[in-house]
Design a binder for this molecule. Structure first.
Ligand SMILES: C[S@@+](CC[C@H](N)C(=O)[O-])C[C@H]1O[C@@H](n2cnc3c(N)ncnc32)[C@H](O)[C@@H]1O
Length: 281
């Protein structure tokens, strides 16, 4: 097996990935891409990166069959339950109570944009189930990702002991079911929580996201770090088209939208309110 991609092969794959996903692949990512491709080559029984590259770029039918796998392996899917937990507190203590005072419809609508394996949308659902114990309301969560592999996992709602570790014990008792097979330490999110979350395939580079409802809240965290600045502006602009004026957008604490021409006003740590008049061009 050839142990390294040539600079040309890497440049071709990285350009393809940037074009289809918006994900930057500078030369510093070569080792990472190479090791992910290495696994794929083994699955396909191929002996060299040259063979894989040749098939992908010279054979249209082979590319059509392989593109989903290549795009899946190009994404980084790190996530956790209750990641950056302050945002879930803000949702439950500030944003939801305001919505309950002045509901914008019969359902509180959230979009988890770039949901990976589901930990984030299920955390949102658990947070809102807890709030619902105090006051009744309807909510629904749309969770989308471009990777078909992570969506498949998210839909199963099954997690290992290690993955559920960040969920506080009292919430685990309420919202997780333990596998009947005691050797197999796996947990599944209860049906009452799952019923509030629907999953869909969505690429942020698509010209039209095809969402029918305006959202009250969007979680778009730890996704745009992989995009260059023009792509970030473009994607967040499109996300804002699906966010109700007055609705809230959460990004990760390590991310920033500073100086970008967007209809958003910063309201707190890494969260914004959609204010169409705030757009300065
Ligand atoms: C690091 S995970 C973040 C998961 C979660 N939001 C969190 O903060 O824990 C980033 C996710 O963005 C998705 N993603 C990357 N590029 C995308 C694109 N162009 N369209 C849609 N999703 C994308 C990846 O598949 C991945 O699951």
């Amino acid at each position: 097996m050839t142990s390294a991609l040539t600079p040309r092969q890497f440049a071709d794959f990285s350009a393809f990935i940037a074009q289809h996903l918006g994900i930057k692949m500078p030369p510093s990512k070569q080792v990472m891409l190479q090791s992910r491709l290495h696994r794929r080559l083994r699955e396909l029984g191929l002996d060299s990166f040259a063979e894989y590259h040749e098939r992908f770029f010279r054979d249209e039918a082979a590319q059509a069959d392989e593109i989903e796998h290549l795009l899946n392996l190009a994404t980084t899917n790190k996530t956790d339950f209750f990641r950056e937990p302050e945002h879930f507190d803000i949702l439950a203590r500030e944003i939801l109570p305001r919505w309950l005072q002045q509901p914008t419809g019969s359902v509180f609508r959230l979009w988890c944009a770039g949901c990976s394996t589901g930990e984030e949308p299920y955390t949102l659902a658990i947070t809102l189930m807890e709030a619902r114990a105090r006051q009744s309301f309807e909510f629904s969560i749309l969770a989308t990702d471009v990777s078909t592999r992570v969506l498949q996992h998210a839909r199963t709602a099954i997690y290992s002991e290690e993955q559920i570790a960040p969920i506080p014990q009292p919430l685990r008792a309420k919202y997780l079911l333990r596998s009947r097979d005691r050797q197999n330490r796996q947990y599944r999110i209860v049906p009452e929580v799952r019923a509030h979350v629907s999953f869909g395939h969505l690429n942020f580079l698509a010209p039209d996201y095809g969402l029918r409802e305006l959202m009250d809240v969007v979680f778009f965290r730890n996704v745009m770090i992989y995009f260059d600045r023009p792509t970030q502006t473009d994607v967040v602009t499109k996300i804002c088209h699906h966010l109700r004026p007055g609705g809230h957008l959460f990004i990760a604490h390590s991310e920033s939208l500073q100086g970008q021409p967007l209809p958003l006003r910063l309201r707190g740590p890494a969260f914004f309110q959609h204010e169409p008049s705030a757009l300065r061009t």
